[in-house]
Every structure is written in structure tokens, then in C-alpha cells.
Design a protein around this ligand. Structure first.
Ligand SMILES: [Zn+2]
Ligand SMILES: [Zn+2]
Length: 242
């Protein structure tokens, strides 16, 4: 039945490339040229932030200079894409362009990026959006990504575990220090979900990681509620040396 509905839907709306709108064979994907223009992260990466690093994996924990200089409060981090070119366009389209359908294939990309940091009993938690932004945008892109990922992996998700209790100014263009100050006390646990993270491994989801200030604030909130470990996964990672 579901398959028949999907067939009907794809006849009405033939699958199109998320990057350029060109018709594609498979549903919810990218055409060949757009796929090649999208910077998927692979190979050796920083264990903490997911930035690609030179050299081969040797079984030891490897971190980039930035993470060594400024350790994050979470244990492991990964990202699916580098925030540049076509990947940046897709992230911006999901965030500001009213293109929630991007979350579906992005969930698959996230699942692939997460494979080395997944442990049993993981619960997926998105970075929250303030309600005023939610009204404007109509969806929280991080929650869509979290739901898509959890569905892809068949694991538990709690979309409203964290709340943003005050509206923070945009972080774009701010230094790492300014970001931390802006976010101090901005993230709160949902009072109705106080017990849920007890003893669990949390996988925090956001669309983009720049300095990691938002993810840090969320990690601290999860740890305060009894999470035994916090890991982070973002759709894209901004190159810090750029
Ligand atoms: Zn395309
Ligand atoms: Zn790093």
C-alpha cells in the first residue's frame, strides 16, 4: 500500500536533484554533478569535531590543533559535509530556504558519518530553536535532521529534550568567546523530560558546527541531567582555518 502511494507521489512529483532541480533516478538525492560538487567528509578526521585531517587512522585518538587547544565538553564529534560550495547551499536551503525535504537524504548522510561513534542505547537530541524563530521558519532544521537520522538508524529520538529559553542574537560573525557569552544560560532542559537522559549516551544534532559554542552549551545541559556521555553530529563543519 505504502509502496503504491509512493509510486503515485513520484509520478506526480518526479524526483529532482536537491542541488539543481534536475530530474534524478533515485528519490531524494543529488544528481551526479551536484554529488561531485558536494564535499562529503571521509578518511581520517578529528575525533572531537570531525574535521578532515591528513594521515591514516592508527588506532589512537587524533584531534585537530583547534580541539587540542580548546577541548570540547563532548567525547566524540562527526560531520557529514564540509560547509562549502554545494554543501553550504544545501545547508542554507534547509535552514532559511524553506526546504525541509533536504532533511531526508541528509539523515542518510548523517547516519553514514555517525557509524564510528554510535553505541548501543544512544538517544538522539537536536539543538533547540527559540520559539520565535520556530514561528518564523515553521520548523527546527536540527530537529528534522535528528528525526530523519533516528528513523534511518531505528533509534530513539527526543526532539524536545532541550529548550532555548531566551532568544539569542545570531552567532554569525561573532568570535568564539562572544558566542560562549551569548549562549550562557540560553539552553535549558525540558522540565517534563528530566529523567530521560539518565545514564544514556546522547547524540546531539545540529545543522552546522562553527566554533561549537551552541553544542557546548547543549552538552553541558545534557551532562547536568545525568547523561553518561555526549557525542555530537552535524550536517556540516565549517573549516576553522578558512
Ligand atoms: Zn543536481
Ligand atoms: Zn577538531
Amino acid at each position: 500500500m505504502l509502496a503504491r502511494i509512493q509510486t503515485a507521489v513520484s509520478l506526480l512529483y518526479p524526483p529532482r536533484c536537491l542541488g539543481c532541480g534536475y530530474m534524478v533516478e533515485s528519490d531524494f538525492g543529488l544528481c551526479g554533478p551536484c554529488w561531485r560538487e558536494t564535499s562529503f567528509i571521509g578518511g581520517t578526521v578529528c575525533e572531537s569535531c570531525g574535521t578532515p585531517l591528513p594521515g591514516a587512522v592508527d588506532g589512537h585518538r587524533i584531534e585537530c590543533d583547534d580541539c587540542m587547544a580548546h577541548p570540547h565538553p563532548w567525547s566524540h564529534g562527526r560531520a557529514a559535509l564540509m560547509y562549502e560550495g554545494r554543501a553550504r547551499q544545501l545547508v542554507l536551503a534547509l535552514k532559511h530556504g524553506d526546504r525541509p525535504e533536504i532533511a531526508r537524504p541528509a539523515g542518510r548522510w548523517l547516519a553514514h558519518a555517525a557509524r564510528t561513534i554510535l553505541v548501543p542505547d544512544t538517544i538522539v537530541v537536536p539543538v533547540p530553536l527559540h520559539w520565535s524563530r520556530f514561528l518564523k521558519r515553521r520548523y527546527n532544521q536540527s530537529a528534522l535532521l535528528a528525526q530523519s537520522l533516528a528513523q534511518e538508524l531505528g533509534i530513539e529520538v527526543c526532539p524536545d529534550q532541550l529548550l532555548r529559553r531566551k532568544r539569542t542574537a545570531t552567532l554569525e560573525g561573532k568570535t568564539a568567546e562572544q558566542r560562549f557569552i551569548t549562549l550562557k544560560d540560553a539552553i535549558q532542559l525540558n522540565p517534563n523530560r528530566m529523567e530521560r537522559l539518565q545514564g544514556r549516551t546522547v547524540l546531539l544534532i545540529d545543522d552546522v558546527m562553527t566554533t561549537g559554542a551552541t553544542l557546548s552549551a547543549c552538552s553541558v545541559a545534557c551532562q547536568a541531567s545525568g547523561a553518561k556521555d555526549v557525542r555530537v553530529l552535524t550536517l556540516a563543519r565549517v573549516a576553522m582555518d578558512a
